[in-house]
Write a protein that binds this ligand. Structure first.
Ligand code: MG
Ligand code: ZN
Length: 370
C-alpha cells in the first residue's frame, strides 16, 4: 500500500514535470491531437541498448538539433524479464511484440515455451500492413520477436524460415546467409518470391515501388549490416522512407518497427565512437519518422529501448567540467529503466513509469479502438 502510494506520487510528479517542460505550441498540438479518435498507424522505433546517457549523447555530439527534443511526452519503462533482473533483447522484444514477460533468449514464446500471438499477427487480421527494419540481420532477436515463435534466439535458420510464411509485408536489414546459405540447403529467397515478395539483395531501390500488391524484402548483408563507421551510410533512414511510402498506401493503416541495433553492439564493445555514430544515425531516422507523422496526423510514433547496454555515462574528464568523457561500467546490459518518447495521437498515454509489456498493451488497445 505504502509502495503503490509512493509509485503514484512518482508518476504524478513525473507527469507534471513532463507537462511543465512542454513548450506552449506543443501543448496546443497535443490537445489538438486528442481530437483524433483513432490511431491509424503506429511506428515503433527501438534503440537497442539505448539508455538516457546514450540519448544525451545526441545532444552533445550531434551537429544538428537532436530529434529527441521534438517529443512532447516522455515515460520510463522497467525492463526485467521473467527469468532475470537484467533482460536480453529477445525477452524484451517479446514484451513489446506480445505483451508478456518471458525468459531471456525466448522469442514469441511463454516461459513454458508455448507460442504467443504477436502484434503483427493480430493487426494483420484487421487488414493492417506491417514492416520491420533493422541494422542487424532481420533474424536477430529484436526484429524476429515480431514474426517468430522460437525457444532460442540463436536458432537463426529456423527464425528465417518463419519469416517466409509470416504476416510481414516489408522487411529490410541483413542476414541473407540464413536464407540462401543454409545447412538444409533450402533457398528461402526463392520461397519468399513464390510467396509474393519482390526480393532485393543488392541495394535499396531509389524509387518507391508503385506495385503495392507485391510485398518487399531487402537483405543487404550476409549477417549484420556494416557499422556507420565502416560506411553503412543512410541505410536506416532510406529504408524507413521506402517503408513509409510502401506501407502508407494501405487505407487501413500500418505497423512499422525500426531498430537501431548496433547502439547495443557498440555498448558491448565499450566503444564510444561506434556508439555515438550509431546513435546519431538513429536520431536522423527518428527525424524522418517525425517529419512523416507531422504530415500524417493519424500516426503515433513511439521511440524506446529494450534495455541499456554498457552502463554508459557522460562523465567529466580529469576534473574539467567543460569536457565530457564517455565511460562504460560493464560490457553487458544494465537494469536501469529506459526512456519512452511519444508523439502523435494518444501520445499522452505513454507518460509515467510502467513495465515494458505495457507498450504492447497500449499499442494494441489503440489499433483495436472502435
Ligand atoms: Mg537488437
Ligand atoms: Zn546486447
Amino acid at each position: 500500500m505504502k509502495y503503490s502510494f509512493k509509485l503514484l506520487l512518482q508518476i504524478l510528479c513525473f507527469s507534471s514535470i513532463v507537462i511543465s517542460c512542454m513548450p506552449k505550441k506543443e501543448i496546443a498540438n497535443n490537445l489538438k491531437q486528442k481530437s483524433v479518435t483513432k490511431v491509424k498507424n503506429i511506428i515503433l522505433l527501438i534503440g537497442d541498448g539505448m539508455g538516457l546517457s546514450q540519448v544525451s549523447a545526441s545532444q552533445y555530439y550531434h551537429k544538428n538539433k537532436s530529434n529527441f527534443d521534438r517529443f512532447p511526452v516522455i515515460g520510463l519503462i522497467k525492463t526485467s524479464s521473467a527469468s532475470e533482473l537484467i533482460t536480453d533483447s529477445a525477452s524484451s522484444a517479446t514484451a513489446f511484440a506480445s505483451g508478456i514477460k518471458t525468459y531471456n533468449g525466448a522469442l514469441g514464446v511463454t516461459t513454458d515455451t508455448l507460442a504467443v500471438k504477436n502484434i503483427v499477427e493480430e493487426v494483420s487480421e484487421i487488414g493492417i500492413s506491417t514492416g520491420i527494419i533493422s541494422t542487424s540481420s532481420v533474424t536477430h532477436a529484436t526484429p524476429a520477436a515480431f514474426y517468430t515463435h522460437t525457444k532460442k534466439r540463436s536458432m537463426a535458420e529456423d527464425i528465417a524460415s518463419q519469416l517466409v510464411n509470416s504476416e510481414i509485408d516489408f522487411f529490410a536489414g541483413g542476414g541473407s546467409d540464413y536464407f540462401n546459405n543454409r545447412e538444409d540447403n533450402r533457398d528461402l529467397i526463392l520461397e519468399l518470391e513464390e510467396n509474393n515478395f519482390t526480393m532485393n539483395l543488392d541495394s535499396l531501390v531509389t524509387e518507391p515501388t508503385t506495385n503495392s500488391s507485391k510485398k518487399q524484402g531487402y537483405l543487404l548483408a550476409p549477417k549484420g549490416l556494416p557499422k556507420m563507421l565502416e560506411g553503412r551510410g543512410t541505410f536506416l533512414s532510406d529504408a524507413t522512407e521506402l517503408a513509409l511510402d510502401y506501407l502508407s498506401a494501405n487505407e487501413n493503416g500500418f505497423f512499422l518497427m525500426i531498430e537501431g541495433a548496433q547502439i547495443d553492439w557498440a555498448g558491448h564493445d565499450n566503444d564510444a565512437d561506434y556508439l555515438i555514430s550509431e546513435l546519431i544515425d538513429f536520431d536522423q531516422t527518428i527525424g524522418a519518422v517525425l517529419d512523416f507523422s507531422e504530415l500524417n496526423k493519424e500516426t503515433l510514433v513511439i521511440v524506446t529501448a529494450d534495455h541499456e547496454t554498457g552502463g554508459f555515462t557522460l562523465g567529466q574528464e580529469n576534473g574539467d567540467y567543460n569536457k565530457i568523457k564517455p565511460v562504460f561500467s560493464t560490457t553487458g546490459h544494465s537494469a536501469t529503466m529506459v526512456p519512452v518518447f511519444t508523439s502523435g495521437p494518444y501520445a499522452e498515454l505513454f507518460g509515467g513509469i510502467y513495465e515494458n509489456t505495457a507498450i504492447y498493451d497500449k499499442m494494441k488497445s489503440l489499433f483495436f479502438k472502435k
